[in-house]
Ligand binder design. Structure first.
Ligand code: CO
Length: 465
């Protein structure tokens, strides 16, 4: 037992969860030095959806954001979230792209890379972990917490032990759906601490209202680091708030050593920004309440609202209860994937189809077939022969690591966008989000040209935020 460390998520997950990742670099920079002085374990500042959102909605270069933050945060490690072989995109990339992306992330200022895979298939995080270590970064391996008849303490411990064998410098429990209850957290952390030597970090969301209690029990079980958000962007679908936890632990053996007055200055900075987003209708009060459905149905809140909108579109809201019963059955058929992007959408849509068609798997989505085929990697539990037969209709399952089937692609990508390259990192931006990247490159060229001539601020003129 000892002092607890806190990773602050305000620059990444907090605004990703509450305001759809819309916080701009200009809104972050004035407070970064203060954040750097607090003594956090790390500042989570990059990755996840921030890369996509910077390009798509803010007309910002994500690499430049990272460099600007790093310039002001010289003491505290910067952390990013990376979806293993998917990097920050939505498909598997070739190993040469993964290596180069990690190399550039570290070179531009990232110290800790938190790496996860939607299916918890450790083969999908191995390459990114190796690359991180090769670049001198801290490779944090992460598993998604979920409940199912297959998942147990033993399964999670086995995953964690495997990750440490693969070279993980620390382990993170990622409870994206806020399913981890306080006493379960206690048992899970205890079991992990007994079986692995590296630090254990816990990441949860406040969605189900349990987050702070879950942290407290995890701390009593010996968790080393917890993820919190400064109060104006905490709670609801975001993380538990930083300040109450710091106050709670003060004077105990777990004391974080952080100064509440400094945290209060930071909160004061973000309060008007929060008000601005509430005023603009971007921070929905619904995001801030307790979603008890997450506790009852064991599915992430966002997934339920997706189901409702699909059923409304089909004029079939009367089937809601039936679909809710079908979701766990489809999930079982698919080998109990954690319900996180993209598996939550895949399972949800298939459950709707199975219910509306009146016959299970009469219509199968491309993505459902992909999961069964092994295109996303191995599912936690094996898929039954009956389901394989029904969905693959004789096609072979892929049993290797999906990226083993992808040829190196970096040079081809580079040749496609030669004319736009102003920095090496542009190659990676294009590899991940080709369309958004080209739009961004074009507007960057245009802005440069016009600013030289007439000093027009095109960034703000064309993309109001
Ligand atoms: Co999160």
């Amino acid at each position: 037992m000892g002092k607890v460390k806190i990773t602050e998520t305000i620059l990444r997950d907090a605004h990703q969860s509450l305001i759809a990742t819309r916080m701009s670099t200009d809104e972050m920079l004035p407070i970064v030095e203060k954040l750097d002085n607090v003594g956090y374990n790390a500042l989570e500042a990059w990755g996840g959806a921030t890369f996509d959102a910077s390009l798509r909605f803010l007309n910002e270069d994500p690499w430049e954001r990272l460099r600007k933050i790093k310039d002001k945060a010289k003491k505290t490690p910067l952390q990013m979230l990376l979806r293993g072989q998917n990097l920050l995109g939505y498909k598997h990339y070739a190993d040469d792209v993964v290596d180069y992306f990690v190399q550039k992330a570290v070179a531009n200022g990232i110290n800790i890379i938190r790496i996860f895979d939607a299916l918890n298939d450790t083969r999908n995080i191995e390459r990114a972990m190796k690359a991180t270590k090769k670049e001198g970064g801290h490779a944090q391996a992460c598993f998604s917490y979920t409940n199912s008849p297959y998942h147990s303490l033993e399964v999670f411990v086995k995953d964690a032990v495997r990750m440490v064998e693969m070279g993980a410098d620390s382990i993170c429990i990622k409870d994206m759906a806020a399913l981890l209850l306080p006493y379960e957290a206690y048992n899970l952390v205890k079991a992990l601490k007994e079986n692995v030597k590296v630090p254990i970090e816990l990441h949860t969301h406040y969605t189900s209202g349990c987050g702070s209690m879950t942290y407290l029990k995890a701390i009593e079980a010996g968790v080393d680091i917890v993820d919190c958000a400064i109060s104006p962007f905490a709670l609801g679908t975001s993380q538990p708030a930083t300040e109450p936890l710091v106050a709670t632990l003060q004077g105990t053996e777990y004391d974080t050593g952080l100064d509440l007055t400094e945290l209060s200055d930071i909160a004061a900075y973000f309060r008007p920004i929060r008000e601005k987003y509430i005023g603009a209708g971007k921070l929905d009060p619904k995001m801030l309440g307790v979603d008890a459905n997450a506790l009852i149905y064991q599915v992430p809140g966002g997934m339920l609202s997706n189901l409702v909108s699909q059923l409304k579109q089909a004029n079939a809201m009367d089937k809601y209860e039936e679909v809710l019963k079908e979701v766990p059955r489809v999930r079982a058929d698919m080998g109990y994937p954690p319900l996180v992007t993209p598996s939550s959408q895949i399972v949800g849509s298939q459950a709707v189809l199975n219910t509306l068609m009146g016959e299970r798997y009469k219509v199968v989505t491309k993505e459902t077939k992909g999961i069964v085929k092994g295109e996303y990697g191995a599912t936690p539990a094996p898929i039954s022969d009956e389901i394989k037969e029904k969905i693959l209709k004789g096609e072979e399952q892929i049993t290797c690591r999906p990226a083993d089937l992808i040829e190196p692609e970096l040079e081809k990508i580079r040749s496609e966008i030669k004319e736009y390259i102003e920095q090496e990192e542009d190659v990676l931006t294009y590899a991940l989000f080709p369309k958004q990247a080209v739009d961004f490159f074009k507007s960057r060229q245009a802005a440069k040209y016009k600013i030289d001539g007439s000093n027009v601020d095109y960034k703000n003129a064309t993309h109001p935020v």
